[in-house]
Design a protein around this ligand. Structure first.
Ligand code: SAH
Length: 229
């Protein structure tokens, strides 16, 4: 991967990469491309596209992550945004969660190869991780589900005062999430709107857990899907 291009892309979302960061991100890119031949991880494999749409995008949210935070990424897939976050923010303790075990095995493989020891993985569904409820300072999710559904998955996992960082294209889902916010004891804190270096617009939306999640949430996925809050 071209380090100058990568650095430039990422600096446009406000993050300065070290040479070591570039080496790790570049190796990670190679591993995704290699794995993608055997197992579909992403449609974005061209180098510049990957730098913009996967790496810069994933890193656009890091200003919302407090120092030494304990973070969980719901539906991490091949590791977005969790893997770039773990590489660049070595102070953050990252857990990548996805219902597809093969994807989590891939992230573990990358972490071993890159010697990034601040990321671990769990294969399973977010709404079924009762032992993880109230454990996290930050929960992230990108391209997983609609905002109202994500709030039901994310809020139980957060400590009170913890923050859910949703990677979205714009704020259009906010109105439809009003009742979910109220029911779950969450509030919208801020939205960072930005353009990726290719002009794509992004909205990094931050929600704070202000009250304990009522006991009946999260419901089973079937019920969440059928009757979203
Ligand atoms: N965040 C990644 C992957 C998005 S694809 C990216 O931005 O590229 C959505 C992923 O979410 C899939 O890998 C799917 O397995 C996972 N997923 C969907 N619902 C989930 C749930 N309830 N719990 C855990 N993983 C889930």
């Amino acid at each position: 991967m071209d380090f100058d291009f990568l650095k430039d892309c990422v600096s446009k979302v406000g993050v300065e990469l070290t040479r070591e960061n570039c080496e790790s991100l570049s190796r990670y890119y190679e591993m995704v491309v290699e794995k993608n031949k055997a197992f579909n991880l992403t449609a974005i494999t061209e180098e510049k596209d990957f730098a913009i749409k996967h790496i810069a995008d994933s890193l656009a949210g890091i200003s919302e992550i407090p120092q030494n935070a304990v973070l969980l990424d719901i539906g991490a897939g091949a590791g977005f945004p969790s893997m770039p976050i773990a590489i660049v923010r070595r102070d953050v303790s990252v857990t990548a969660l996805d219902s597809t075990a093969k994807k989590m095995n891939f992230i573990s493989e990358c972490a071993r190869e890159l010697k990034i020891d601040n990321i671990k993985t769990i294969a399973g569904r977010a709404e079924e991780q009762r032992n993880l409820f109230s454990q996290f300072d930050v929960v992230t999710a990108r391209a997983v589900s609609s905002l109202n559904i994500l709030l039901e998955l994310a809020m139980p996992l957060l400590k009170i005062g913890g923050r859910f960082v949703a990677y979205k294209t714009d704020e259009s889902e906010l109105d439809g999430a009003k009742s979910a916010l109220e029911t779950l004891g969450a509030k919208h804190v801020s939205t960072k709107s930005l353009s990726l270096p290719n002009g794509d617009s992004r909205a990094i939306m931050v929600f704070e857990k202000i009250a304990p999640t009522p006991k009946q949430y999260p419901r089973l996925y079937g019920a969440i899907k059928k009757k979203p809050l």
